[in-house]
Design a protein around this ligand. Structure first.
Ligand SMILES: NC(=O)c1ccc[n+]([C@@H]2O[C@H](COP(=O)([O-])OP(=O)(O)OC[C@H]3O[C@@H](n4cnc5c(N)ncnc54)[C@H](OP(=O)(O)O)[C@@H]3O)[C@@H](O)[C@H]2O)c1
Length: 328
């Protein structure tokens, strides 16, 4: 549907600008292209994008590491990266409850014919959209949908009970930070693994204990949760190396596909946020947590779309606290 929306009457419609790439490679393959404006079909909204974030997945997509995921999708270059955005609804298809002018944020997969989030206009299903809380900037709102829903999915898969312990690696990062905050909001006792310099940050998220990252992290998690944590969200992608930190029969949520082998009856839950692409209720609940001040949105730096390559270079270099945001 999006494919035809994208190409139908393309010659007669005005263009929009988007961050694109037409071959896999380094950040230099990114460019700004003019593409025909997409039109919303039934059940879809078109968003005039104010801000879209840069995430590790955009680097994998551009480098070709995710090329296999394009097989059978019919997605052709130019590719548009980006999985989350915020902006203002500027056109609606039939059968949606959204209105022109609504301030919204949305999650989108770039592995579809209509492309990803880093474009002036993006068409998404109405189910991928939530209202931006009043008082929240569109730049900040753009940092929530993809990583917030990833953590919501991870916590849903871990299915821990209030009072149980949750370990979080990479706790100062985008996924890790939300994992600490949403874990706390679910009533869990959160033990965060991060650099010692990030102690104040992860405490602000609500972590009960900070365990310094590195070789002694597993021992530190056992000191904080004797016998091991009940569940762990591994945002630092340590994979098998964190299994010893989890109690017998506990659960591990992984974010880069690690599925085992496991040990001591630990369940491994590989998480893919695309399962929650249409989970409007979950996105809406995340927005409410922001409105209630229980979820902190962090913008590290803002880039114009012409500097998308610089943003990817900066993210790839590591050490960013908060998200890099492209504005349109
Ligand atoms: N499966 C899905 O659906 C899904 C969705 C969203 C994200 N992800 C994945 O989740 C991961 C985290 O994403 P993100 O956006 O949160 O990245 P991020 O903001 O860069 O955070 C990663 C965190 O992990 C830390 N870290 C990196 N290597 C480490 C190591 N060896 N030991 C301990 N800590 C380490 C980093 O610390 P420094 O910055 O100090 O190095 C940083 O705080 C990425 O791999 C991303 O692709 C998957």
């Amino acid at each position: 549907m999006l494919d035809s929306a994208f190409r139908r009457d393309a010659k007669e419609r005005p263009n929009m600008r988007a961050v694109t790439f037409s071959r896999f490679g380094g950040p230099e393959v990114l460019e700004v292209s003019e593409l025909p404006e997409p039109q919303p079909g039934p059940g879809e909204v078109r968003i005039r994008v104010a801000a879209a974030t840069v995430n590790p997945t955009d680097i994998s997509f551009r480098s070709g590491r995710q090329a296999a995921q394009l097989t059978g999708t019919g997605v052709l270059p130019p590719y548009i990266p980006g999985m989350e955005l915020a902006g203002v609804v500027d056109a609606v298809g039939e059968g949606t409850a959204w209105h022109t002018g609504d301030r919204v944020m949305a999650i989108v997969t770039p592995r579809r014919p209509g492309g990803g989030a880093q474009a002036e206009l993006v068409v998404v299903p109405a189910t991928s959209v939530a209202r931006v809380p009043e008082g929240t900037s569109l730049e900040a709102a753009a940092t929530l949908p993809m990583n917030g829903l990833t953590v919501r999915l991870a916590l849903d898969r871990l299915a821990l009970r209030p009072g149980q312990t949750l370990g979080v690696t990479g706790a100062a990062g985008a996924v890790g930070g939300y994992a600490v905050e949403l874990g706390v909001s679910d009533g869990l006792r959160v033990i965060a693994v991060a650099r010692s310099q990030d102690a104040a940050l992860v405490k602000r998220f609500g972590a009960q204990t900070l365990v310094p990252r590195g070789d002694a992290a597993v021992r530190g998690l056992h000191d904080a949760a004797p016998g091991g944590v009940d569940g762990l969200i591994d945002a630092a992608v340590l994979d098998a190396a964190v299994l010893p930190a989890i109690r017998d029969g506990g659960k591990l949520a992984t974010v880069r596909g690690f599925a085992g082998p496991s040990e001591r009856a630990i369940t491994i839950e590989p998480v893919r946020v695309t399962s929650y692409l249409h989970n409007h209720e979950a996105l809406d609940r995340l927005a409410r947590l922001v409105a209630e001040g229980r979820l902190i949105l962090r913008v590290a730096e803002i880039f114009p779309l012409e500097r998308a390559a610089d943003a990817q270079r900066k993210l790839d270099a590591g050490g960013i606290r908060g998200r890099l945001v492209i504005v349109f």
